[in-house]
Structures are given as C-alpha cells and as structure tokens.
Design a protein around this ligand. Structure first.
Ligand code: CTP
Length: 405
C-alpha cells in the first residue's frame, strides 16, 4: 500500500522516522511529507534515506512561480497515487487546518485532495490537547470518518505530566492496517476459492498420515480477502482455527475429499489459491479394524494422491491460479519449477523446517514467483501481512491479465 506520512512540527517528529521504518517493514511504500515546522525538528534527508523516496518538504512559498505551479500540481498527484494518509505527529495546528479545510502548505492541500482513509496521531501539550478548540476539531475529524490514534499519558516535552504524548508506534501501525483493511475493497469483484490446512489420510479407524500444516496462512488469506471485499469459499482440512466470519466454509479430511470439494465449487470462482498442504501419498488400503501391534515390523503401502493443483492448471480456464510450495531447500528454483509444471500465475514459496516461519508459526517469510518472470521476496512478517502482499501481487497479475485480453 502507498502511504503518505505527513509529519508536522512537534518534538515527537523524530519518532516519525522510526514509524516510516516500521511501515516499510510491513511492506508499504512511504512518501514522507514534512511541514516547514517539522523540518525544524527532523530533516527530509532522514526520511529520504529510510524510505528510498525524496521527502516532500516544499511549500507554496517558493521564490519561483514555476516551482509553485509544479508543487501545486504535485500534491494532487501524491493524493491520487496514495492509498492512505497518515499524519504523525499531528499538532493542534494541523488538526485545526484539516478540520476547517485550510490549505496553505503541501500537507494541508494533499489532505484536501485526498479521498482515501485518513489516520491522525496527535501529539501536543496536555492543555492544548484538552482545550475546547482542539476537542471541537477532533469531533469534526472523527465525524468525517478519520481514525484518531489517541495520545498516551506521560511526561511531556514541556515538563508537565498528562495526556498528549504521541501514541506508541506499534499502536499507530495497527491503526493504519485496520483503516486500510476496512476501506480497501479492491477485491470486491473476485470470488476466491482458498484451500487451507493439512489433509489426513486414514491408516485405520484411529490413525492417519498427515503433516504439520496449521492452516494459519490459508485462514489469514481468507480473512484478508474478505476484508478487501472478496467472496471467499474456504475448503479447509482439519485445523484448530475459527473460520473467518463471512467465508463459505467446506470442511474436508482427505486429499480425495479436498479434490471433490474444489471441483464442486470451481464454477463461481474467479481465482483459486491452493494454500493447503495436501498429502502426496495415502495408505493404499484403509484397514477396517484397528491394526494390532502383533507384528515385529509393519510396512505401510502408499499410493500417490491426485495432484489437485496440477489438475487445476489444466482446467482453470481464465481463472487466476496461485499455488504454494513448501520447501526445505532451493526455495526460489523449486517455486519457479512448480509455477511452470502446474501452469500457475504465482507460486508462494515457503521455507519450512526452521523456526519463525512455515508451519505452525504466526509469522512467515516467502518468495513469490510470478508468471511475469518477476520474483518478489517478502521478509519475515505476520501471516496476515504476508497475505496482504500476496493479494497485492495477485491484483497486479489480474490487471495484467485483463489488459492482455
Ligand atoms: N498440491 C495439490 N495436490 C497434491 C499435492 C500438492 O494440490 N496432491 C498443491 C499444494 O496445495 C500446493 C502445491 O501443490 O499449492 C505444491 O505442493 P508441494 O507439496 O510443495 O509440491 P509437490 O508438487 O507435491 O512437489 P514436491 O513434493 O516434489 O516438493
């Protein structure tokens, strides 16, 4: 997501640099816009270095008329190209300008030209925070649907104790993610069929073959897709998770049941995300009674299961097809090989076997091999964030597919 980070002139401005870093870590692009007062506290160069983009600090008071014209057009561009506007810290003055529609610098004009979600994290002296004028401005901004990340209590720069301290940075990042999820309905024309979790292949009435998949990645994808407006059909193997509200859930146990459920629900799907860790083999025969431990050694005969993804690759029509590859080595090469072999648009390569990513973990680290030839590395992040990144790439592929028609 493209975020405009507006920084206004308060002592907490220095914290905005760390905030920019955290947003980048979550996979967002950050365009910093500093007010002139902010520049008294922190330099544009700090943000340019952290975000890889020139920070905008230009005002309309430039000496040359051309520069003034360029910058007044630029703020419309910035507003149009961005998905969310975050202002942190937001001074009492900035809140007043936004509330009343004053547009006298780059940030306030960007605010007026912007149509997406707005998150404001105020920071100021406690008396200013509690002043009736500030309260009234905040009411206006709340009624407008903006998210206000309330400041915390603490020792303030002016030496007093009270409310007015910029909220903790993770709290601001959370508010940004939530505001974006609610407003970003960019998948509302999609019906996505998602498979998740492991399969269980019965050996006898009490035992089965399975794997360590927890279903967390698939469920995070389902939740993220729902939040972005998609209809979600979730075909789930046995997991210990509550299905996301709003998903149409079909519970299955074996690879054969998963295959049946997938093809029975293929028709309405505009896209398929095959996140499940399907068993590659199943016992050739399921014993009707519990196998007793009479033999000194027991061999299990296994047959391969049907590769659902490979079959989908042949029957997908013009649906987008995303597969997963869980690997313990050669991640990128294997992801690319499976992309070709199974006729997919994207393979999400997942390193498993270590800690902090893969099965059971709440976080993950993946490589996205795309049909376009591009490879995107997504560093360690929460599975929900990884899900958002997968969906962002998915949308890029969708746009490319539409324009190729
Ligand atoms: N898959 C499937 N049906 C199977 C096995 C796998 O649909 N019977 C899908 C998985 O859902 C996943 C992808 O294929 O999206 C890759 O699964 P993986 O086990 O990593 O790959 P395999 O093709 O089984 O290759 P290998 O075991 O050689 O790594």
């Amino acid at each position: 997501m493209r975020i405009v980070l507006g920084v206004t002139g308060g002592i907490a401005a220095y914290k905005a640099a760390e905030l920019a870093r955290l947003l980048m870590q979550n996979g967002h692009e950050v365009q910093a816009v500093l007010t002139r007062a902010a520049e008294e506290f922190i330099t544009p160069l700090t943000f340019a270095t952290l975000t890889g983009r020139k920070a905008i600090s230009g005002l309309f008071d430039s000496a040359s008329p051309e520069a003034t014209l360029a910058s007044s057009v630029e703020h419309i561009g910035v507003a149009q190209e961005s998905d969310l506007l975050l202002v942190a810290p937001a001074t009492a003055n900035a809140l007043a300008k936004f509330a009343h529609g004053l547009a006298d610098d780059f940030l306030s004009t960007t605010y007026l030209a912007f149509r997406g979600p707005v998150v404001l994290a105020p920071a100021m002296n406690n008396n200013m925070w509690e002043h009736e004028a500030t309260r009234a401005n905040l009411d206006i901004l709340r009624r407008r649907g903006h998210t206000i990340v309330e400041p915390g209590e603490g020792m303030l720069a002016c030496g007093t104790f009270g409310p007015g301290r910029l909220a903790e940075l993770p709290q601001i990042v959370d508010a940004v993610e939530r505001a974006a999820a609610v407003r970003l309905r960019d998948l509302d024309s999609e019906t996505i069929l998602i498979t998740a979790g492991p399969t269980q292949e019965p050996i006898d009435p009490v035992r089965y073959l399975s794997n360590r998949s927890s279903g967390k990645m698939g469920y995070a994808l389902a939740q993220a897709a729902l939040d972005r407006g998609a209809r979600v059909i979730l075909v789930s193997g046995p997991v210990n998770l509550n299905p996301p509200a709003g998903a149409e859930v079909i519970h299955v146990r074996t690879a054969a049941e998963m295959r049946e459920a997938v093809f029975a629900n293929l028709q309405p799907a505009t896209a398929i995300v095959k996140c499940a860790a399907v068993a590659d083999f199943r016992p050739s025969a399921e014993a009707r009674q519990k196998i007793k431990k009479t033999a000194a050694r027991l061999s299990l005969e296994l047959d391969p299961t049907v590769d659902i993804l490979a079959e989908l690759g042949k029957k997908r029509g013009d649906r987008l097809l995303v597969g997963f590859a869980a690997e313990t080595e050669n991640l990128e090469a294997e992801a690319r090989r499976k992309l070709e072999a199974k006729n997919c648009d994207m393979i999400v390569g997942n390193l498993v076997g270590g800690s902090g990513s893969g099965f059971e973990s709440d976080s993950n680290e993946v490589v996205l091999a795309l049909r376009t030839g591009e490879t995107v590395h997504v560093g360690r992040a929460a599975k929900r964030e990884i899900a958002e990144q997968i969906l962002n790439q998915f949308l890029k592929l969708r746009r490319a597919a539409v324009s190729a028609r």
